[in-house]
Ligand binder design. Structure first.
Ligand code: IMP
Ligand code: MG
Length: 176
């Protein structure tokens, strides 16, 4: 059984925007090497697609944090479930995330990674839900700004499922 949802961002529009972001990032990092850090699991499909459009040298590393208490709301408790494999000291780090909501996850991650002395550190998020922001985070690259609704697909899950949908779907808000 599939959760009730409708398409918010089509596969075509995702592809187009991801390519634009890749072009922009490649320009901005001209002459440099990027260390792309994917925040598992939600960021994985986005990062893999984005990486195809990066034309400067790059490496990939993965980090897993858990920030969710239940299905729909962030608790503010961020825990490192998997740390990076490589040192980021002296590197140009680009954190790749699926979505920024309260901002707690990225705020915590930024502070943690800054202590490891990268040359630079920036954030690229596919989706931004600014209405729910509780902690200020400066985000360099945003794919789409979306309203405060629960979304799934293209890496984003609902109870660990639907990450494989090729589009971003929005769950129907409950009536009444
Ligand atoms: P934040 O700490 O509140 O910014 O939460 C960010 C994390 O919450 C994201 O990396 C997602 O894993 C998850 N998240 C926030 N909103 C949604 C959503 O609408 N659908 C699926 N996951 C979400
Ligand atoms: Mg995430």
């Amino acid at each position: 059984m599939m959760i009730d949802h409708e398409v918010l961002i089509s596969e075509e529009n995702l592809k187009k925007r991801v390519r634009e972001l890749g072009d922009q990032i490649s320009k901005d990092y001209d002459g440099k090497e990027i260390c792309m850090i994917c925040v598992l699991k939600g960021g994985v499909i986005f990062m893999v697609d984005l990486a195809k459009y990066i034309t400067v040298p790059m490496t990939m590393d993965f980090m897993a944090v858990s920030s969710y208490g239940n299905d729909f709301t962030s608790t503010g408790v961020v825990k490192i479930v998997k740390d990076l494999d490589e040192s980021i000291e002296g590197k140009h780090v680009l954190i790749v995330e699926d979505i920024i909501d309260s901002g707690r996850t990225l705020h915590y991650l930024m502070n943690l990674l800054k202590e490891r002395k990268p040359s630079s550190i920036k954030i690229c998020t596919l989706l931004d839900k600014p209405e729910q922001r509780l902690v200020d985070v400066s985000v360099e690259y945003v794919g789409f700004v979306i309203p405060d609704q629960f979304v799934l697909g293209y890496g984003l899950d609902y109870q660990q499922k639907y990450r494989n949908l090729p589009y971003i779907g929005v769950v129907q808000p409950k009536e009444g």
